[in-house]
Design a protein around this ligand. Sequence first.
Ligand SMILES: NC(=O)c1ccc[n+]([C@@H]2O[C@H](COP(=O)([O-])OP(=O)(O)OC[C@H]3O[C@@H](n4cnc5c(N)ncnc54)[C@H](OP(=O)(O)O)[C@@H]3O)[C@@H](O)[C@H]2O)c1
Length: 294
Amino acid sequence: MDDETATPVTVIGLGLMGQALAGAFLKAGHPTTVWNRTAGKADRLVGEGARSAPTVGDAVGPGRLTIICVTDYRAVHEALGAADVKLDGTTLINLTSGDSGQARETARWAEARGARYLDGAVMAVPSIIGTPDAVILQSGARADFDAHEPALGALGTVTYLGADHGLASLYDVAGLAMMWSVLNAWLQGTALLGTAGVDAAAYAPFARQIAAGVAEWLPGYAEQIDRGSFPAEVSALETDVRAMAHLIEESEAAGVNAELPRLLKAMADRAVAAGHGKEQYPVLIEEFGKPGAR
Ligand SMILES: NC(=O)c1ccc[n+]([C@@H]2O[C@H](COP(=O)([O-])OP(=O)(O)OC[C@H]3O[C@@H](n4cnc5c(N)ncnc54)[C@H](OP(=O)(O)O)[C@@H]3O)[C@@H](O)[C@H]2O)c1
């Protein structure tokens, strides 16, 4: 990297994720300053060429791109609230996980102190940071994202979502909902098959194929949700409800926990009772969107 494309970067927070982020900036040739509350975590990065700042105030400065990645938003405020920290003229990118309300509140807080602020989410584990598989989400002012997109590219595949600072966190938690639902569905099936002596490893390839097949339905189902129209092109919700009953009965008979299928069926039963039985599965979005269901 030549001097014109190198961006001075500061990384605050050198936990597992912060170390990976700082390492990726260094590897891409960006002059990198680091700070961590507990001394010692900067040592390896200093060996790779980072500068270790003695205080947060020293690490943050005008014209520098500052990335913070600490445990939670409370830690962000504690770290950056120190008396010697001047955010005026800096661009602050917060990659700490949190919710959308915290992101919007922190944007107001940082902007009131003169910073340009982007909120972000890292949907990746530390070991893949710096590779295209690392998904990094960004939200905030488009101009601020555009100005720093080349440097952020050192971290992975970076996607800009929009001006609302809360968007990155919303996508992040939506992704968590997907992740745990898929995993729990797999665990349910694994427990059921386990009662017949089938190993988890034997079922895993089938489960993977089913999950991939269901994922293929999402774009078409999303169109139905956005149109607000749910014609039963593949199967009607009332057909799914009958299959849910099989899953519950099979689980109960086998002594497998049936709480999740019962919950799913209770939601589907409500939709059927509301007259949606002959429509397609994504009509259930109304169960998720109802204020009482939140
Ligand atoms: N690890 C992952 O796989 C992963 C994946 C996606 C997103 N994330 C997110 O990335 C963020 C960091 O995760 P991590 O895995 O790096 O966590 P971690 O290894 O536990 O590190 C936490 C970091 O936060 C710092 N910290 C905590 N409280 C602080 C405070 N009051 N003031 C200053 N610094 C403080 C810690 O400093 P000390 O060293 O002094 O304790 C440490 O540097 C989290 O929001 C996490 O959800 C992590």
